[in-house]
Design a protein around this ligand. Structure first.
Ligand SMILES: *[C@@H]1O[C@H](CO)[C@@H](O)[C@H](O)[C@H]1NC(C)=O
Ligand SMILES: *[C@@H]1O[C@H](CO)[C@@H](O)[C@H](O)[C@H]1NC(C)=O
Length: 108
């Protein structure tokens, strides 16, 4: 599978950084993507998955707690304040995991 990162999408793309840019994983393994930003007005990091069909909100990190949308088999850890690292873990990789994943920073 391949994921391609685009830093922050339409949101504040100059301030949001995402690592690594591309990930390859074997089936049933997991993949991690980090996201951070350098704007102290932002306290929330959102994660999205973009596939050919749609753009899906996966969940977000706020105040040290990750919140996932229903049915999303992933983990969101870390922090969402300036210079903190938020990590998205994509679990149980399969063909459906192949997509563009991106993060965005926002005000709460
Ligand atoms: C992602 O962040 C974690 C926690 O800060 C760090 O241990 C890890 O090395 C980072 N990975 C990458 C690819 O930057
Ligand atoms: C991929 O997603 C489709 C549609 O949601 C589902 O029917 C299929 O079982 C999924 N495949 C895998 C390998 O999870």
């Amino acid at each position: 599978m391949q994921t391609t990162a685009s830093s922050g999408g339409a949101f504040q793309s100059d301030k949001v950084q995402q690592y690594p840019a591309e990930i390859y994983g074997s089936p049933d393994s997991e993949a991690k993507i980090n996201c951070s930003h350098n704007d102290n007005t932002f306290t929330r990091i959102l994660w999205y998955k973009q596939s050919a069909k749609d753009l899906q909100l996966l969940g977000y990190m706020y105040a040290g707690a990750g919140k996932l949308e229903e049915g999303v088999n992933m983990a969101i850890k870390g922090g969402a304040n300036k210079d903190e690292t938020c990590t998205l873990t994509i679990k149980g990789l399969n063909l459906n995991s192949s997509a563009v994943y991106f993060c965005a920073a926002s005000l709460h």
